[in-house]
Structure formats: structure tokens, C-alpha cells
Design a protein. Structure first.
Length: 232
């Protein structure tokens, strides 16, 4: 096979967002306690892990429903409060952190392939990528907020491929989520590489289309993985 383009998820493979998930769970514990729930941190973590493993698209929303069912009104109130916290926290407190070795790997990849950002991210995240010295390495620099589409919609990926002028069979999607990254890429006929980082490393494939072509531990392993896929 010949690889012309590599689409790379932003949050997870490039940026370490583990601290963000920890902030979400701290808020949920506080929110549930205000509602009179006796759920402790260990129990919440167990429920989130179970939802993550079964590839629920929004694991924490799934957990809220599990704790609220069958009270739809209560579920919606807590879910909306959680979403507002996520929005506010992202805007006011989120600090982007480049994963160790990510910059060096991206520099190596940019010399061989057309790279594309492929993340559900606000447009301002690109300032952080520019400050980290990696944004210029990407041929496609638009993220979901600018595109008007989000993963896992396959249109998101088609827009990137069309922008690069590359067919799906000549492209690889690299991401940490089976549901958001691997599945839609494979539906389109792209190759898919899973990066085992962050909480979504716990996801378990729920269909053959959720299974990646390759699995790696970090972006540092990606150049060699792509060479192996090309038969070099």
C-alpha cells in the first residue's frame, strides 16, 4: 500500500487530556452530592470505566442516566449542568499539554506524508499547537469548530480527504477512540491506527469495524508503524 495522508486526532494522541477527565469527574461527584447521591469517587470511576469499555459515545452521560433512571427530568438537569461545566472549564481553565515525543514524531511524519488535524476541538486550540511548534507541520489545519462537522460523522473525514485531494484508500486515521476515530475511518475505506493513551485505551471493540489495522502505544511509534504498513 501507499500512504499519502495521515489524519491525526488532536486530543489524546497529540495533547494529553487526562487532567481534563479528572476535572470532569471531580465536578460530577460534587454535583451528585448536591443532589443527595451517595456515589463516591471509586464507584463513579467504576461506572465510567464500564461505559467506556462498551464504547458508549458519552460515557459520563451514560453514567448519569444509570444513576437517575427512570427520572428523565433529573437526568437532563444534571447532564445540562455537566455540559455547562465542560464548556466553562474548557474556556477558562483548560491548559493544553503536548504529549512527550509528539513533536519529534510529527516532524518525522511531516517529511513523508501530508498531515491533517482531525479533532473535535475549538478553533483556539490551534494557538496552543502553534506555540508548541507543531501546527505548521499540518497541511490541513481546520478543526471541528471551523468545519461545522464533528466526529464520528463520516462527513468530517470526507471533508478533510477532499481538502487534501486524497482518496480514503491512500489515507490513515490515527486516534485513541474506537467509536470516534477507528469506526468511521474504516467505514470510509481508510486504514486506521489506534493509539493506546488516555481513558479510551480501555475501550473494547464491539464489532469488526471497530478493530484498527494497527495499535501503538504513542505517536513516537507511528513512523515505524506506517512504514510497516507500507511494507518498507
Amino acid at each position: 500500500m501507499t500512504i499519502r495522508a495521515v489524519l491525526i486526532d488532536v486530543g489524546g494522541p497529540i495533547l494529553d487530556e487526562d487532567h481534563e477527565y479528572a476535572a470532569w469527574d471531580e465536578f460530577l461527584i460534587s454535583l451528585l452530592r448536591e443532589e443527595g447521591s451517595e456515589v463516591e469517587g471509586e464507584e463513579l470511576s467504576r461506572l465510567v470505566l464500564a461505559a467506556t469499555r462498551r464504547c458508549d459515545r458519552n460515557p459520563r452521560s451514560s453514567v448519569l442516566w444509570e444513576l437517575c433512571r427512570p427520572d428523565v427530568a433529573r437526568f437532563r438537569r444534571l447532564r445540562d449542568a455537566f455540559r455547562e461545566f465542560q464548556r466553562r472549564h474548557l474556556a477558562e481553565h483548560y491548559v493544553p499539554r503536548l504529549r512527550p515525543g509528539a513533536k519529534e514524531a510529527l516532524e518525522e511524519l511531516a517529511g513523508r506524508y501530508a498531515l491533517a488535524l482531525a479533532g473535535n476541538q475549538p478553533a483556539w486550540i490551534k494557538r496552543a499547537l502553534e506555540e508548541a511548534g507543531v501546527l505548521a507541520l499540518f497541511s490541513w489545519q481546520l478543526v471541528s469548530e471551523e468545519m461545522g462537522e464533528r466526529k464520528p460523522d463520516t462527513l468530517f473525514f470526507r471533508m478533510i480527504l477532499d481538502g487534501l485531494g486524497v482518496s480514503p484508500k491512500d489515507a490513515v486515521m490515527v486516534g485513541d477512540r474506537l467509536d470516534h476515530d477507528i469506526l468511521p475511518a474504516r467505514l470510509l475505506g481508510m486504514y486506521a491506527v489506534r493509539v493506546l493513551v488516555g481513558p479510551y485505551a480501555e475501550q473494547i471493540p464491539i464489532s469488526p469495524l471497530h478493530c484498527p489495522d494497527r495499535t501503538i502505544g504513542s505517536l513516537e511509534e507511528l513512523p515505524a508503524a506506517l512504514e510497516a504498513m507500507e511494507g518498507r
